[in-house]
Design a protein around this ligand. Structure first.
Ligand SMILES: O=C(O)CCC(=O)C(=O)O
Ligand SMILES: [Fe+2]
Length: 218
């Protein structure tokens, strides 16, 4: 296996493609997003930590986080950056942050993310990750860690165009694939999963100090 210390760089071409897609469509779906060895290590870490470190996902703000099992039932663990695979993922997303700022002047300030585990029957109802002008979350990304996912497993992410009732995009949570979208543009939901489903949900944010309303996400 390739050692985790191997230097990984996001190709300029990939950042160009992401930037172009965000301008044109507001989202992009990517296969083979990370080097295979890194995706594997993240998958193993998620599976290992799921039973010992993950906790029921919260909804709401910092000090007033409530678990609302009507809205979502997954379990999560925020990245601390303490393990090599977490560091490598954060580094990858940092390169994306800088690349997008350079190309699109998005003013992205930082990135935060958590592992998610949806066990059998878990779902996340239709929601927006950010409300226009009221959140510092700008760009949502979901990276998937599920080899051999098939249609019978459910657990698709549905992405909607605004209030439209039928989805714009149905995303199967396939291993090493990723979806990136503008946080305040696309409502989305996770259909009930019929298998264990692992992912990393993350947000590139602008500086909350300069946001009109501060809306911490964790
Ligand atoms: O896991 C997914 O496909 C999406 C998760 C999500 O929407 C979120 O965590 O905000
Ligand atoms: Fe979301």
């Amino acid at each position: 296996m390739t050692p985790i210390t191997e230097h990984t760089n996001l190709e300029a071409q990939l950042i160009d493609d992401i930037a172009d897609a965000l301008v044109q469509h507001g989202f992009i779906r990517l296969q083979h997003f990370l080097p295979e060895w890194l995706a594997n290590q993240l998958m193993h870490e998620a599976k290992h930590l799921a039973s010992i470190e993950f906790t029921p996902a919260g909804i709401g703000r910092n000090n007033n986080q409530q678990i609302n099992s009507q809205v979502r039932t997954d379990s999560t663990m925020w990245f601390s950056g303490n393990s090599a695979p977490q560091k490598a993922y954060l580094d990858w997303m940092e390169q994306l942050r800088m690349g997008l700022n350079k190309r699109l002047f998005m003013g992205l300030f930082d990135f935060e993310c958590h592992f998610s585990h949806y066990s059998i029957g878990d779902f996340y109802q239709r929601h927006l990750d950010a409300f226009k002008g009221r959140s510092n979350r700008i760009l949502s990304s979901v990276f998937y860690l599920n080899p051999h996912w098939n249609k019978n497993n459910g657990g698709e992410l549905l992405l909607y165009a605004g209030e439209q009732p039928s989805p714009l995009l149905t995303v199967s949570p396939d291993f090493n694939s990723c979806i990136i979208f503008l946080s305040d543009v696309f409502p989305h939901e996770v259909l009930a999963s019929r298998c264990d489903r692992f992912s990393i949900a993350g947000w590139h944010r602008v500086n909350s100090q300069s946001a009109e309303h501060v809306d911490p996400s964790k």
